[in-house]
Design a protein around this ligand. Structure first.
Ligand SMILES: Cc1ncc(COP(=O)(O)O)c(C=O)c1O
Length: 395
């Protein structure tokens, strides 16, 4: 992460060591740098880690989501339910297919879909739901699965932040029809940019692998390894070039070697924040429902010195920003959790959206505060973050 000159504690830091340096050297030495054996090894490692029968790598979570909705045949006229508080990629991939994202408000305690609001949004045009496991906490997948089953909808889990997120020990990305992960440096493990799709259906996994590779019937590696390598594959469908490089695949394998340590380190920092900030009444800390394991992609709180409502939101937003500015001046980076696409001009204009229809998404956009979190964070660094937060004049 690039950090400002005064920032002593950045919002995150990827964990790279000699193992990663050695890993990226290997494809460079072999000369095979496009999608190949290391991407395949990374996919196998990822499938084993999550318990998904198949994993298909892509260039980002955005392209993974795009491939997912393309493979599911989303088309103009279709509607897909997405949370109103999520990174803009989630609705964007629905737009890319000419379909309509239908926004659903969130639960302010979990920042995830308010599952009690989904059913009223389902119409005869609804084809699927994209639940997001925001900041590393699974959405209420029991409820989403029940609704999807009742209405015959597919589910694409946006698990961009979901590495390590589980319900009853079951990893996210294995609840829905497909799951999409991100390896951007803000995520628990990183390949620079990168994404992965988990699937249980063999036919869908094969289709996804073809779609990411221009619609090819076999990969370049398979072609080069077989006799008659001069013959191109067939291209029976409209595909994309969303192939991960083997340099990233090798990096991903090295990151998988650290996965357990990374997740344990993130949980350690989160526990320390939980303990040290328990007395800070004006800050709503992340909740972890029973049976859920939080992956702690981020530690996102809600700034709430008084009950947050749309009426108090403007004033609270200014005060939250003052808090973040004070922390920045003390050398501590913070960020808002993510944004509410219903507040972005593109979506407001296109669908004449009145954001006040999504009060919790608006409040989360305006009042969330994400604290620094990386597994190598020291106790001293945690102390500096907590001290800068509690020293701020928020009243
Ligand atoms: C919920 C969510 N979905 C999708 C994405 C897109 O991921 P990527 O940057 O890998 O395209 C992000 C990125 O932060 C995200 O938070």
């Amino acid at each position: 992460m690039s950090v400002g000159p005064r920032v002593r504690i950045p919002i995150t830091k990827p964990v790279f060591g000699p193992e990663e340096l050695l890993a990226v050297q290997k494809p460079l030495e072999s000369g095979w740098v496009v999608q190949g054996p290391y991407v395949k090894a990374f996919e196998d490692r990822f499938a084993a880690f999550t318990g998904a029968p198949h994993a298909v790598a892509a260039t980002s979570c955005t392209t993974a989501l795009h491939l997912a909705v393309a493979a599911l045949g989303v088309k103009p006229g279709d509607e897909v339910i997405v949370p109103a508080f999520t990174w803009v990629s989630t609705p964007n991939v629905v737009e890319y297919m000419g379909a309509r994202p239908v926004f659903c408000d969130i639960d302010l305690r979990t920042f995830n879909l308010d599952v009690d609001r989904i059913e009223e949004l389902i119409t005869t045009r609804t084809v699927g739901i994209i639940p997001v496991h925001l900041f590393g906490l699974c959405a209420d997948m029991d409820a989403v699965r029940r609704l999807a089953g009742r209405h015959g909808l597919w589910m694409v889990e946006d698990a961009a932040c979901g590495f390590g997120a589980r319900i009853d020990g079951r990893h996210c990305g294995t609840f829905g029809t497909l799951g999409c992960f991100s390896f951007h440096p803000r995520k628990a493990i990183t390949t620079g940019e990168g994404g992965m799709i988990t699937a249980s259906d063999n036919r869908l996994a094969t289709l996804l692998a073809s779609l990411r590779d221009h619609g090819a019937t076999r990969s370049d590696l398979a072609r080069h390894q077989a006799k008659g390598a001069f013959a191109l594959a067939d291209y029976p469908r409209l595909g994309f070039n969303f192939r991960m490089t083997d340099i990233q695949g090798a990096l991903g394998c090295a990151q998988m070697d650290r996965a357990d340590w990374v997740l344990a380190g993130r949980a350690r920092v989160a526990r320390a924040y939980d303990e040290r900030l328990a007395h800070v009444e004006w800050l709503a800390r992340p909740v972890v429902p029973e049976r859920y394991t939080h992956g702690y992609q981020s530690y996102v709180c809600l700034f709430a010195p008084q009950p947050p409502t749309l009426n108090t939101c403007g004033d609270l937003h200014d005060r939250r920003n003052a808090l973040m500015a004070e922390m920045e001046a003390a050398g501590v980076a913070t960020r808002q959790g993510t944004h509410a696409p219903v507040l972005l001009d593109y979506y407001r204009d296109r669908y004449a959206i009145d954001p006040s229809m999504f009060p919790n998404a608006v409040l989360a956009d305006r009042l969330s505060v994400s604290l620094p979190l990386y597994p190598q964070m020291t106790d001293d660094e945690i102390e500096i973050v907590c001290a800068s937060l509690t020293a701020a004049r928020v009243a």
